[in-house]
Write a protein that binds this ligand. Structure first.
Ligand SMILES: Cc1cc2nc3c(=O)[nH]c(=O)nc-3n(C[C@H](O)[C@H](O)[C@H](O)COP(=O)(O)OP(=O)(O)OC[C@H]3O[C@@H](n4cnc5c(N)ncnc54)[C@H](O)[C@@H]3O)c2cc1C
Length: 400
């Protein structure tokens, strides 16, 4: 592996850094005080400016209207964008749209691309991904209650989903539903595209998360499918491929999330260092001179550095050998980086004292919203199990 940043990566980081400082950070106080929806008109205008940087929807190939960055290049960009809660949204590379775009690019029919993918890439619409159900453990991805049955020229969907991020205001959902309950568990479900104006699709509301329901893109919706009919042509990929597509969606997605979390960690670290190097405990006695504070700084630096190298290595392996070959690395980074970010955030809040609990910095906002990092896209325990099982298999253990 080459550790020098390519000229392309340097340029991308430079463009994004300058944009974040000029256009994004000044908006954050409004986000924290009034919420995401209050910012929407100004975000619309900033998204136009982001487009002008040439890095709009940067992970998408040029042929589809994106900036055509490689996974590693996009990982570096994702770190810079992650330094603000709205960075990814401004460049149209926000979850869950990024993953949905990747699925549609790889598996969409020409008609599906025209109707669902291109408006998403152009930033005209948003989408959501409905897989998790309140009544079933999301950690078991092959067990769910939602069904889709064929009826003439249509799929008819019935089921109950929640934590569909950004369902509020989305133009369509990708729905994971059982299409053949008799098949092998890994071949039972399929993915189906459902426009949200389909009769029978209802957004029941947004979940209240850590005291906030949020709205629009910054929300997690509860959704009901009640005899929702969509054409047979809305099947994404082949029938029974739902589980395989869900796995595929998460591979590069974990690189995106993990590098975003590195960005969160870097910003928190920067806030902490700025604070302790000026905060006086007594006249002339800086907080940063305390050994225990210095220990937290050194440990955070080491942990962020190690985490970044792990993610870049995983991205490199996905590029060289594919997501399947990098499965262990993908699980390793998922739980390692989430934990690193939460430790770094906690140390930063502690170092700022009462100020860390206020909304004068982004720390408290992240502390509330990023706790979920250890749960979504596979809870820590699931990834720990994947890694340990694969290792023990190499020692001859086959018991589950
Ligand atoms: C902020 C946020 C955004 C989300 N966005 C989406 C989205 O857009 N679309 C979507 O479909 N879903 C989304 N989800 C749902 C997410 O994917 C699920 O929460 C996740 O898969 C876990 O499922 P669950 O909540 O049902 O927990 P469960 O599966 O019930 O697990 C509960 C806990 O049990 C433990 N556990 C689970 N498995 C094991 C194991 N094998 N061994 C030991 N312990 C275990 C873990 O501690 C886990 O946290 C989101 C969730 C959050 C919090």
């Amino acid at each position: 592996m080459d550790f020098t940043e390519s000229p392309n990566v340097k340029t991308i980081r430079g463009i994004v850094r300058a944009f974040m400082e000029k256009e994004v950070y000044p908006l954050e106080p409004v986000l924290r005080q009034k919420g995401f929806q209050a910012l929407l008109p100004v975000l619309k205008e900033k998204r136009e400016r982001a487009r002008e940087t040439g890095l709009w929807t940067a992970h998408v190939p040029d042929a589809f209207g994106g900036a055509g960055l490689t996974l590693t290049e996009f990982a570096h960009m994702s770190e810079e964008l992650g330094k603000s809660p709205i960075g990814h949204y401004l460049f149209n590379v926000q979850a869950p749209d990024v993953g949905n775009m990747e699925l549609l690019m790889a598996h969409g029919t020409p008609e599906q691309k025209e109707k669902f993918l291109f408006p998403l890439i152009r930033g005209q619409v948003r989408s959501c991904f409905t897989m998790t159900e309140p009544e079933f453990a999301g950690s078991n991805p092959v067990w769910m209650g939602t069904t889709a049955r064929r009826d003439g020229d249509a799929w008819v969907l019935n089921g109950h989903k929640w934590f569909a991020s950004s369902a509020d205001g989305a133009a369509f959902a990708i729905c994971m539903a059982v299409t053949n309950p008799e098949a092998d568990p890994y071949r039972r479900a399929s993915m189906i595209l459902v426009p949200t104006d389909t009769p029978g699709f209802t957004l029941l509301g947004n979940a209240s998360v850590m005291g906030e329901r949020g709205g629009d893109w910054a929300s997690h919706g509860e959704v009901s499918y009640q005899n929702a009919r969509v054409p047979l042509g809305n099947l994404l990929g082949t029938e029974g491929a739902g589980f395989a597509l869900a796995q595929e969606r998460l591979g590069p997605g974990r690189i995106h999330h993990c590098m975003r979390w590195i960005g969160v960690s870097e910003r928190a670290f920067d806030i902490l260092c700025r604070h302790v190097s000026t905060r006086e405990l007594a006249p002339g006695r800086l907080l940063g001179t305390k050994q225990i504070v210095q220990q937290g700084i050194a440990e955070s630096r080491a942990e962020i550095h190690a985490a970044r190298l792990m993610v870049l290595h995983a991205a490199w392996k996905i590029e060289k050998e594919g997501a399947e070959a990098a499965r262990e690395e993908i699980s390793l980074i998922k739980f390692t980086v989430a934990r690193t970010m939460l430790r770094v955030l906690d140390r930063a809040i502690q170092g700022l004292g009462a100020l860390g609990m206020t909304d004068d910095t982004p720390l408290a906002w992240w502390y509330a919203h990023e706790r979920a990092a250890r749960i979504y896209d596979g809870a820590d325990e699931v990834h720990l199990e994947v890694v340990a099982r694969r290792i023990l298999r190499r020692y001859g253990m086959t018991a589950r």
